[in-house]
Design a binder for this molecule. Structure first.
Ligand code: UD1
Length: 421
C-alpha cells in the first residue's frame, strides 16, 4: 500500500490544472444505460472510482473504452445483458447505486446491491426508493439487494424529497427521462453535478427544465440518443487546491477554476484573509502575510459550504488565529480527520456534529492515517503547513478522488512524494 510523505513547506507558486469532476462523471457514466446509442464523455478525471464504475457498467454488458489516457470515455450500452449490480462492486463505491434509475427506465427491471454504510455515516437509499416508487416502480429488499421492476413502465409523478439528496435526485432524474408524462422533482438537489447531468441528458434528447433550482421538471420521451459531453470542472478538487497556497502562502492559479462553482467557499476564504481573484484561465489564490483568521463554517447542500471541503478547511483552521466552529449538517460521522490532526498538534474538540478548533501557532509532522477520501487530502494539506515530516498512510482513499495529487502539488513547489511499501 502506498504512503505519501509531505514536508513542511514555504510559499507555493505556479499553476494547477483542475480535472473534470469525479462526482459528475460517476453520475454521467450510468446515463449511458439510458440509450442504445453511444455516449462519450470528455474531460473525464483519471481516478480509481471511474475505473470501478467502468467495471460495473461492463459487468452489465456495456462497452466502456478509455481513450486519450483516460480523459475520454467512449461508452455504448447497445447490448445490456445483465441487470444485476453485484455487491462485490457496489460495496467498493456507493455511487454504484446510480445504475438503478437508468436500468429500471430502460429495461423495466434492475437488481442492485444496497451499498451499506460507509465511514462517514449510514447513508441510506430511502429517498432514491421513494422517488422511483412514485414513478411506478415496485421495489423489494431481498438478500441485501434491491429488486426493482416496473411491469407497466414508469409514469411521471410529482416527487417531493424530504431532503435535497444529490444521489436520489440523480437517480430519479435519469429514470424520469424515459417515463411516460411529466415528472416534477421538488426540493431537488441544486449541485453543479446535477446541472451537468441534466445538460448531458438534454444533449441525449431528454426534456428537462429547472435543473440548478429546487424544482426540476422532466417531460418523458420514448428514447434517448447518443451524445458527446464534457464533464464539468471538479469544484472539490478546485477548493482543495485553493487551500494549498492559503496554507503555505504564495500564489497559485487554478486552471479551469470557476467562481460560480465555489462561491460560498470563496466567501469563507475571504473572511479568513485570503485573496481570490478570477483570471482568464481560472482562479488565482494568494496569501501574502500573517496567519489566517479563524472562521466558522456550517456545511449545507449547494450553494452552501460543501461537506466535501469541510475536512480540508478544518485542517487550515488548525493554525488560524482564534477559534472556529465547524458544523457538519450533511453526514453524521465526518470528523474522523480531527483525531489525526490532533496527533499533529491541533487543538480540536468534537461534540456530535460540531467541531471547535482552537488555532495553534504551528502543526508538527507525524505519521497519520487517512480514513476517507477528503480526510486523506486534509492531512496532506496539514502536512504542507507543519514543521517536519508527515507520513500519510492508507492513501488508496486519495486515489479514488484526486488525480496525480503529488505531481500537481510538487509542480507548484510542494515537498511531497509517494512511496510504495
Ligand atoms: C453525494 C456525493 C458526495 C457528497 C454528497 C453531499 C457523489 C458520488 N457523492 O453523495 O461526495 O458528499 O453528495 O454533497 O456524488 N440520505 C438519506 N436517504 C437517501 C439519500 C441520502 O437519508 O436516500 C441522506 C444521507 O444519509 C446524507 C444526506 O442525505 O445524510 C446527503 O446525502 P446525498 O446528498 O444523497 O449524498 P450522496 O448522493 O450520497
Amino acid at each position: 500500500m502506498d504512503s505519501i510523505i509531505v514536508r513542511g513547506n514555504g510559499p507555493l507558486k505556479g499553476q494547477i490544472p483542475i480535472a473534470g469532476a469525479k462526482n459528475a462523471c460517476l453520475t454521467l457514466m450510468p446515463a449511458t444505460l439510458l440509450s442504445e446509442e453511444p455516449l462519450t464523455l470528455t474531460n473525464a478525471p483519471r481516478l480509481s472510482d471511474i475505473k470501478t464504475m467502468s467495471q460495473l457498467l461492463s459487468s452489465l454488458g456495456a462497452e466502456v473504452t478509455s481513450l486519450q489516457d483516460g480523459k475520454v470515455l467512449a461508452m455504448s450500452s447497445h447490448d445490456i445483458n445483465n441487470h444485476v449490480a453485484d455487491y462485490d462492486i457496489v460495496r467498493k463505491m456507493r455511487a454504484s447505486n446510480l445504475v438503478l434509475g437508468p436500468m429500471l427506465a430502460r429495461l423495466g427491471h434492475a437488481v442492485v446491491s444496497l451499498p451499506g454504510g460507509c465511514a462517514i455515516g449510514a447513508r441510506p437509499m430511502d429517498l432514491h426508493i421513494f422517488g422511483l416508487e412514485k414513478l411506478g416502480a415496485e421495489i423489494e429488499l431481498k438478500d441485501g439487494y434491491l429488486h426493482a421492476k416496473a411491469p407497466n413502465g414508469l409514469k411521471g409523478a410529482v416527487i417531493e424529497l424530504s431532503f435535497a439528496s444529490v444521489g436520489a435526485t440523480e437517480n430519479i432524474l435519469m429514470a424520469a427521462t424515459l417515463a411516460k408524462g411529466t415528472t416534477v422533482i421538488k426540493n431537488a438537489a441544486r449541485e453543479p453535478e446535477i446541472v451537468d447531468l441534466a445538460t448531458c441528458l438534454r444533449a441525449m434528447g431528454a426534456q428537462i427544465e429547472g435543473d440548478g433550482t429546487s424544482d426540476i421538471t422532466v417531460q418523458g420521451v420514448d428514447r434517448l440518443h447518443g451524445a458527446t459531453h464534457p464533464v464539468v470542472t471538479d469544484r472539490i478538487e478546485l477548493g482543495t487546491f485553493m487551500l494549498a497556497p492559503a496554507f503555505c502562502g504564495g500564489e497559485v492559479e487554478l486552471l479551469g477554476g470557476r467562481m460560480d462553482l465555489v462561491e460560498s467557499f470563496v466567501a469563507k476564504l475571504h473572511e479568513a484573509g485570503i485573496d481570490v481573484e478570477e483570471t482568464d484561465k481560472g482562479l488565482k489564490v494568494a496569501r501574502k502575510n500573517g496567519r489566517v483568521k479563524a472562521v466558522d463554517v456550517t456545511t449545507e447542500p449547494f450553494p452552501g459550504f460543501p461537506t466535501d471541503l469541510q475536512a480540508q478547511f478544518m485542517a487550515m483552521m488548525c493554525t488560524a488565529e482564534g477559534t472556529s466552529v465547524l458544523e457538519e449538517k450533511i453526514f453524521e460521522n465526518r470528523f474522523m480527520h480531527a483525531p489525526e490532526l490532533v496527533r499533529m498538534g491541533a487543538n480540536i474538540e468534537v461534540h456530535g456534529g460540531t467541531a471547535t478548533v482552537h488555532g495553534v501557532e504551528t502543526l508538527k509532522g507525524a505519521p497519520v492515517m487517512a480514513t476517507d477520501l477528503r480526510a486523506s487530502v486534509s492531512l496532506i494539506l496539514a502536512g504542507l503547513a507543519a514543521e517536519g515530516e508527515t507520513v500519510v498512510s492508507r492513501v488508496y482513499h486519495l486515489d479514488r478522488g484526486y488525480e496525480r495529487v503529488e505531481e500537481k502539488l510538487s509542480n507548484v513547489g510542494a515537498h511531497i512524494e509517494r512511496v510504495s511499501e
